[in-house]
Design a protein around this ligand. Structure first.
Ligand code: ATP
Length: 499
């Protein structure tokens, strides 16, 4: 029986969002003219603005709002021992299986989960749950023979060949490797970082000492990470090259749980504040903890294809610093002068981390903002209106300026207004096309304000401002425009909600 492999992509809303992302310059397939590179994407002229705004917002919410969090920007290449210490060389792998007929490779857990989805859609809820429970237990024991048998017993077939002619289950490391230096050899193998966190751990002492940081304190970083993900679908949800926004918070041993709970709530508030609704977000505790964690939770967002991980909050204990201490032979000790008892003053700090994918947050925001409304127009005809309801603070373009007609001195006046705004806000000037069409185009990229210059402007120094969400139009003096826009697009609107 054919599995429902691409159910995410069959989702009509998701299909629309993906098509919209391409049509309006948000996201393109990498190397599209060569038929693309799987699970690698490029951000277009509008997408890069939205992504930069998201990253800037996160960065400021970490480093500007919190006095005890600073940022760094570590290199992608790191000493090979870093990945030995972190456990990635030995543990960063997924159980995989190949279909011998189609030659297609699958993540075992995804294959079984999709079978469970099919069972659920057939009303066999209990069977689906039993299957998932069996899978979890086998994964926890790393019983690969058992996982293979489960796939065979359940007659789970490849969706391309439709056969159950499977190889055995094997571990597959997700790190990309390359060679550094002139002569290629075993010792020159280095990895493209699969997470940004290790760049923070190995710089812990540098930052603590040069920044005279006192525990508790955090180090934040935004940067590229690379994983050779096997399941290359779901658009920018799962990419092979992506960006992470991570913050490691260094705390006293024994104080990690209170900090973990604090960051859980803080990160959830952040996602609410940027406009993701509470009913589309939920916590999902990890049952099987990673080798480094003593508590872990995902914040899941309800994408059009279901609730999926958006952000992870992990209590990583002193695992990473202790490992780096052992392999680098450099002491990762903090001297805590606020502690009275002498024997407790020196310790390896514990770490609580928050880790969110910039691309995944971009996708969540894009899906959430995609708004279709149906109403009746002046002629009594039913019309569907589409716009992106982005928070003004992260909208790629804040304001568009149009002259009503391309004559009578209106373009000149409109240019004056444009010049007045463009150094403070991302502003577009457009003199071609009908005003209505221009409004629609701005709706598609989520521009919160459109400003139209008409004949009256030349006399009264006022313009018509059209608001994206309500389509309401109001007359406003040019001298008041900046203040109106600044008030709405200010990041402070979001930061105030985080207090
Ligand atoms: P998943 O279970 O979805 O593979 P993960 O648990 O491996 O994710 P983490 O290692 O905790 O993810 O990474 C932290 C965050 O980085 C994730 O919550 C996600 O937002 C982002 N992320 C991880 N892998 C990818 C990827 N392949 N593409 C895009 N974003 C990713």
């Amino acid at each position: 029986m054919a599995q429902k492999q691409n159910n995410q992509q069959e989702n009509p809303l998701f299909q629309k969002v993906v098509a919209h992302a391409k049509e309006y310059g948000f996201v393109f397939q990498s190397s599209e003219v060569y038929d693309g590179l799987q699970a690698v994407y490029d951000y277009g002229q509008i997408g890069v603005q939205l992504k930069n705004n998201i990253k800037q917002l996160w960065w400021k919410a970490m480093t500007q709002v919190n006095e005890n969090i600073v940022g760094i920007d570590a290199a992608i290449f790191m000493h090979p021992l870093v990945w030995k210490a972190s456990g990635h060389v030995d543990n960063f792998s997924d159980p995989m299986i190949d279909n011998k007929d189609s030659k297609k490779r699958y993540r075992v857990d995804h294959l079984i989960e999709e079978k469970a989805e099919v069972l659920k859609s057939e009303g066999k809820i209990q069977d689906a749950e039993n299957l998932l429970a069996q899978m979890d237990s086998l994964l926890a024991k790393e019983d690969f023979a058992g996982l293979y048998q489960l796939i065979i017993d359940q007659k789970i077939a490849c969706n391309i060949s439709n056969t159950i002619n499977w190889t055995e289950v094997r571990q597959f490391n997700l790190m990309f490797s390359t060679q550094m230096g002139a002569v290629a050899g075993e010792s020159d193998t280095i990895y493209l970082r699969p997470e940004t966190a290790q760049g923070i751990f190995v710089n812990f002492l540098n930052v603590q000492k040069t920044g005279r940081m006192k525990i508790p304190f955090g180090i934040a970083q935004i940067g590229k990470a690379f994983r050779n993900e096997i399941v290359a679908k779901q658009f920018i949800f799962r990419m092979r090259e992506f960006e992470q926004m991570e913050m490691q918070y260094f705390v006293r041993p024994g104080e990690e749980m209170q900090n973990y709970n604090h960051w859980k709530q803080k990160r959830m508030s952040f996602l609410h504040a940027i406009g993701l609704p509470a009913e589309k977000l939920r916590f999902h505790d990890h049952v099987k903890l990673a080798h480094y964690a003593n508590a872990a939770v995902d914040i899941e967002y309800e994408f059009p294809f279901g609730f999926k991980e958006l952000e992870g909050i992990h209590s990583r204990t002193d695992f990473d610093l202790t490992q780096h201490q052992a392999l680098s032979k450099t002491k990762m000790i903090y001297f805590d002068e606020e502690i009275q008892e002498k024997e407790k003053q020196r310790y390896v700090p514990y770490v609580v981390e928050t880790s969110i994918g910039a691309d995944r947050l971009f996708l969540a925001i894009l899906c959430n903002s995609y708004t279709e409304t149906t109403g009746v127009d002046a002629k009594g005809e039913e019309k569907t209106r589409l716009y992106l309801k982005l928070h003004p603070a992260i909208a790629p373009v804040k304001v568009a300026v149009f002259p009503l007609v391309k004559k009578d001195g209106l373009p000149e006046k409109a240019r004056e207004v444009f010049e007045e705004l463009r150094y403070d806000f991302d502003t577009i000037y457009e003199e071609k096309g009908a005003i209505g069409k221009n409004y629609t185009r701005m709706d598609m990229i989520g521009t919160p304000f459109c400003v139209t210059i008409d004949h009256d402007t030349l006399n009264d120094e006022a313009v018509t401002v059209r608001f994206r969400d309500t389509t309401e139009q109001v007359r406003i003096a040019i001298k008041d425009l900046k203040a109106l826009i600044a008030k709405e697009v200010s990041l402070k609107n979001i930061f105030d909600k985080l207090k």
